[in-house]
Ligand binder design. Structure first.
Ligand SMILES: NC(=O)c1ccc[n+]([C@@H]2O[C@H](COP(=O)([O-])OP(=O)(O)OC[C@H]3O[C@@H](n4cnc5c(N)ncnc54)[C@H](O)[C@@H]3O)[C@@H](O)[C@H]2O)c1
Length: 276
């Protein structure tokens, strides 16, 4: 049996209308999972193409993840339409570059609202759905195999492992540290129901956001490139192995961990000056 197959499973992804979230939806869809997306913007056409390319079900609901009632309603709808929820990936996120000394209340509220509270609320609703399903199961898979019935993956960031001199994002880094802070206690609380909880922390990745930065602040992107050991930005499909590992039977003995995939950017002491 293919340890990485997600055939017949349903994955709830937030922030998958574009960017890394969309790449994660493509990865999970290719592995056979049905895809249910919550986002505040209309998805790119590529999201629906997952359905035709891989013969899986794809749905999108316009939901602000900071709104508990909207989140709970959306998860209820997914449960009815798809039958069950097996995977939850929380990729919705925002970042604002603002020096710590002048960080605004609105930045703190929005960044923690989307990155932390949003991830918390969606994971909570998905976990409750998984627990209900587990309680209805007559038996669990025999010991000696992966006995998990659900997987929750939070999206952290390299920013919680190392700071860069070219961005002032203390609020973002702290919000992602709060997200990572959920991983161990949730892994502990939810293991009894067969739910595994981990986070994936990407390094600097080539998304539309990064392409925009290349135009507006090329020096910033060039700094990111210099900070990685391969001197380049990573591509979303380079997170494929990590995401598939976390969501599949391949990681049956893995829970409560943060998986950092950053091209080595946090593995060395960057030279004090990158001046050419
Ligand atoms: N791109 C990178 O280099 C990088 C590196 C480390 C971590 N990350 C993290 O990966 C995730 C995806 O990043 P990205 O670069 O693809 O960003 P992105 O801006 O392209 O995508 C973020 C998505 O989240 C959605 N979103 C924002 N607020 C929302 C809300 N209130 N409710 C529902 N959806 C909402 C957006 O509409 C968008 O589709 C984020 O959590 C980000 O912090 C990105």
């Amino acid at each position: 049996m293919d340890q990485f197959s997600l055939k017949g499973q349903t994955a709830v992804l937030t922030g998958a209308a574009r960017g890394l979230g969309l790449a994660f939806a493509q990865i999970l869809g290719e592995a056979g999972a049905n895809i249910a997306v919550l986002d505040v913007i209309q998805p790119e056409e590529a999201l629906y193409k997952i359905g035709t390319d891989h013969n899986v079900k794809v749905s999108y609901q316009k939901v602000d993840v900071t709104n508990r009632q909207a989140v709970n309603q959306a998860i209820e709808t997914i449960e009815k339409e798809f039958g069950a929820i097996h995977i939850n990936v929380n990729a919705a996120g925002v970042v604002t570059d603002e020096p710590f000394l002048t960080t605004s209340d609105s930045n703190i509220e929005r960044t923690f609202g989307v990155n932390f509270t949003g991830s918390f609320l969606v994971a909570q609703a998905c976990a409750n759905s998984m627990v209900r399903r587990r309680k209805q199961m007559d038996s669990v898979p025999p010991i000696g195999h992966d006995t998990s019935i659900g997987n929750i993956v939070f999206i952290g960031s390299i920013a919680t492992h190392i700071s860069t001199t070219v961005q002032n994002i203390s609020c973002y880094a702290a919000s992602k540290a709060a997200v990572r802070g959920l991983v161990k206690p949730l892994a502990m609380e939810l293991a009894q129901y067969g739910i595994r909880v981990n986070s994936l922390s990407p390094g600097y990745m080539m998304t539309d956001m990064m392409r925009g930065l290349q135009v507006k602040q090329p020096e910033l992107v060039s700094q990111f490139e210099k900070e990685t050991l391969f001197k380049r930005i990573g591509y979303p499909d380079e997170l494929k192995g990590a995401m598939l590992f976390l969501c599949s039977r391949a990681s049956g003995w893995y829970t409560g961990q943060d998986l950092l995939v950053d091209g080595g950017a946090s593995s060395w002491k960057h030279p004090a000056s990158f001046a050419a």
